[in-house]
Design a protein around this ligand. Structure first.
Ligand code: FAD
Length: 348
């Protein structure tokens, strides 16, 4: 494992913005991860753990300490009664792992096809799409606990999963480095066709779709929204959805609906109402395709801030601030960003 210096980070992200890492290492084994953490600690370098760079806004100044790129590889499988346990190293590409599960006819993550990033990044914000979240099938997460320097297995119930949340991006942010993730999937299980776009895609069919057809459908739907990374397409030079969908009490939702009109909404498992952030952004005056010099809004998705080419992190933050302020003024809702801001003096 070699420590490099002044490594540009922008090419390692989907947004393609941001400055360099002062120090940079790529870990291919758990021993590498240990060694990198020990080096950062002994030299007093702040540590940042990088997966696939698909949920990041890296500051124009870059990262002043060590960036640890997780490149651990390998997938294991074992049958456990009616379940198939698939266990993937944190550096595996997420979408390739979904393809692997679908090829083995294992149900549970097919709707999460096409999400960029790594297996290790997926539990951090509990990635979700089209009616599934990774927390529905994660059994346990193998981590290096940097507080104790021990490797441990966190069970699903210990991981604090909720909408776009886990302990990894909230109360224990920066403490755990994800090394492997174990999923419990259902061999021969039916795909989950609950989300409107998927139902519509398969509408009129008499026989239920297979897992492979569901995966293809999800990828096709994502492609139509520039939510699938296609090299050269500036509508997907982004961090995906830039804002979380706000979750409101029923009372607050009714007040908003009375004022603002028919906002797309979905009930949550715990009796709250999730409303479409994309609708708020569009109706606050930021249409699809909006251009602000080198930044803008995707032509295919109102929730994606995009780098049209040559954007800086400062350009992205300025547009983010403008959208947040206008949505607050118009609807009284404070939008929360979804990506992680890295290397900023203050959280933008
Ligand atoms: C086009 C596009 C579409 C997207 N669609 C979706 C979607 O449908 N649903 C959704 O939920 N997200 C979506 N995203 C966001 C993103 O793909 C996910 O959040 C993804 O899981 C991030 O993984 P990553 O490996 O790229 O993490 P990074 O972006 O590299 O890192 C994100 C955070 O996770 C931490 N992290 C990464 N790996 C580890 C590790 N091994 N151990 C500890 N911490 C780690 C980082 O420190 C950072 O805090 C989309 C992004 C893009 C660009």
């Amino acid at each position: 494992m070699r420590t490099q210096q002044q490594v540009p980070l922008a090419p390692l992200t989907t947004f393609k913005v941001g400055g360099p890492a002062r120090y940079f290492v790529e870990a291919r084994s758990e021993e590498d991860v240990y060694a990198a953490v020990a080096e950062a600690r002994s030299r007093g370098w702040p540590l940042f753990v990088l997966g696939g760079g698909s949920n990041l806004v890296i500051s124009d100044a870059g990262w002043p300490g060590l960036v640890l790129k997780i490149a651990l590889a390998g997938i294991g499988e074992q049958r456990d009664g009616p379940r198939m346990l698939l266990d993937a190293a944190a550096g595996e590409d997420w979408d390739s792992f979904v393809a692997y599960a679908v090829a083995r006819d294992c149900a549970g993550i097919e709707c999460l096809s096409g999400i960029p990033g790594t297996v290790g990044g997926a539990p951090v914000q509990n990635v979700g799409a089209y009616g599934q979240e990774v927390s529905d099938t994660i059994l346990s997460v193998r981590v290096l606990d940097t507080a104790s320097d021990k490797i441990c297995e966190l069970q699903n119930a210990d991981s604090g999963f909720a909408y776009r949340t886990s302990i990894f991006n909230s109360r224990a942010r920066g403490r755990y480095i994800v090394l492997r993730v174990m999923f419990a999937l259902v061999p021969g299980g039916a795909p989950r066709i609950e989300y409107g776009d998927l139902k519509h895609h398969f509408g009129g069919r008499s026989n239920p779709p297979t897992l492979a057809e569901t995966r293809d459908a999800v990828r096709a739907i994502r492609l139509s929204k520039a939510m699938l990374i296609v090299p050269g397409d500036d509508d997907c030079r982004s961090a995906g959805s830039f804002f979380k969908n706000p979750v409101l009490t029923c009372e607050k939702f009714e007040q908003l609906r009375a004022r603002a009109g028919p906002i797309p909404n979905f009930p949550t498992k715990d009796g709250l109402v999730k409303i479409a952030a994309a609708w708020l952004v569009e109706h606050a005056g930021f249409p699809k395709g909006l251009a602000r010099g080198p930044v803008g809004i995707s032509r295919k998705h109102a929730l994606a801030i995009v780098n049209r080419g040559g954007a800086t992190a400062a350009d992205i933050v300025a547009l983010k601030n403008e959208i947040q302020q206008r949505v607050l003024d118009t609807f009284g809702i404070q939008l929360q960003p979804e990506p992680v801001f890295v290397g900023f003096d203050q959280q933008p």
